[in-house]
Design a protein around this ligand. Structure first.
Ligand SMILES: O=C(O)CCC(=O)C(=O)O
Ligand SMILES: [Fe+2]
Length: 358
């Protein structure tokens, strides 16, 4: 096992039932960027990510969404010059024996798609925007003022998000969402999992900039603050997002255990919690709705390295997320009363305050 968690496939008889390919004679050290490699392999099916296999710069792991796509790429490119990659002869092997899922450091399976994650109401689209659009969005926010929180920076559009109350001041309208997100607002209308979004146009945007390895404490976005649909677009760097469902009663994490997304004390977790995680690569769009939005806490662990599949993904750049929400008018009437501040009133304030995500 190399330092970053990749292992060279052993023997020639390895399984062909993997969506991940180990590709040698290919990488930044021979002038092939991960984006160029991705484009070349993309013609065989959706590529979820390209990662360094080790520190040589000439070996990469190409992760496909589907095994059949990996097989097609293997057939077409193994031991042959690849015209789209400067004519290099690629040496390809199947990378993993266990497809797509593996236990991470703290024993959570990290899924690579919403289908695998299987939480009702959670949807994800990879490559929701292009590399060019990603650059434009980052440029646009970097030209605007950031507000510094203790571990990350934020920008708010439409309505200011107030971390003290985890709510918005709905009387203070800051203006329409900026024109640099117009195409995104348009494209989310045809997002999978949505029936009728026309009456639910987003009017609040929070941009979060997380330095390498910084996360976000577990929380449910306040029901009374925002409507059902919450979209989160990931840019620049990857992370994993963990989801936690507390099956009995509402979970009230002790405030001393979670500050600024960091779990300071590992308290004994109730046995009735279900934990799941999903990998969020740059340019992917996540939709939280229904049960996944109302009844599951979401959480970005503080990790410098995330275990995804059988390999380690370093968070070696900042991550910027664009979270689009619709400010709620009137109380929430969801069916998840035990998590709903509108329906529990002040009883639930403690829960919201203790999961402060400042
Ligand atoms: O960074 C993200 O993707 C999620 C942000 C989030 O959960 C929030 O702002 O409430
Ligand atoms: Fe959130």
């Amino acid at each position: 096992m190399s330092k970053n968690g990749f292992s060279r496939p052993k023997g020639m008889g390895e399984s062909k039932s993997s969506p991940n390919l180990y590709v040698a004679n290919c990488g930044p050290a021979v002038g092939l960027t991960h984006d160029a490699i991705k484009s070349a392999f993309q013609s065989f099916g959706e590529v979820i990510g390209v990662h360094s296999a080790d520190e040589s710069g000439v070996r990469v792991i190409v992760c496909f969404a589907e095994i059949t796509a990996a097989q097609a790429a293997f057939q077409a490119l193994n031991e042959k010059p690849c015209p789209n990659l400067a004519g290099r002869v690629l040496h390809i092997r199947y990378s993993v024996s266990r497809p797509q899922k593996v236990k991470s450091n703290d024993s959570i399976v990290v899924s690579q798609s919403a289908k695998e994650l299987a939480i009702p109401g959670i949807y994800m689209v990879h490559e929701f925007i292009s590399l060019e659009e990603e650059k434009e969005l980052l440029k646009a926010v970097d030209e605007r003022p950031w507000k510094s929180l203790s571990k990350r920076r934020v920008q708010h559009y439409g309505y200011e998000f107030l971390y003290e109350t985890r709510n918005v001041d709905s009387k203070q309208f800051l203006g329409e969402l900026p024109s640099f997100v117009s195409h995104i607002l348009h494209n989310i209308q045809s997002f999978p999992g949505l029936n009728d979004i026309s009456s639910k146009l987003m009017d609040q945007l929070t941009v979060n900039e997380y330095p390498c390895g910084v996360g976000l404490s577990p929380h449910i976005d306040t029901h009374s603050a925002f409507d059902d649909l919450i979209f989160s677009l990931s840019l620049a760097g990857p992370c994993i997002m963990e989801f936690r469902k507390y099956n009995e009663g509402n979970w009230n994490p002790p405030s001393s255990t979670v500050i600024d997304g960091e779990e300071l004390t590992k308290c004994a977790e109730p046995s009735n919690v279900t934990r799941k995680a999903v990998f969020l690569p740059p340019r992917s769009m996540l939709l939280m709705s229904g049960e996944g939005r109302y009844a599951w806490h979401h959480y970005i662990p503080h990790h410098k390295v995330d275990m995804v599949g059988d390999h380690a993904v370093r968070r070696d750049s900042r991550r910027v997320s664009f979270t689009f929400r619709k400010v709620r008018i009137g109380p929430c009437q969801c069916i998840y009363q035990q998590f709903c501040d509108s329906q529990l009133g002040s009883e639930n304030d403690a829960m919201r305050m203790s999961a402060d995500t400042r």
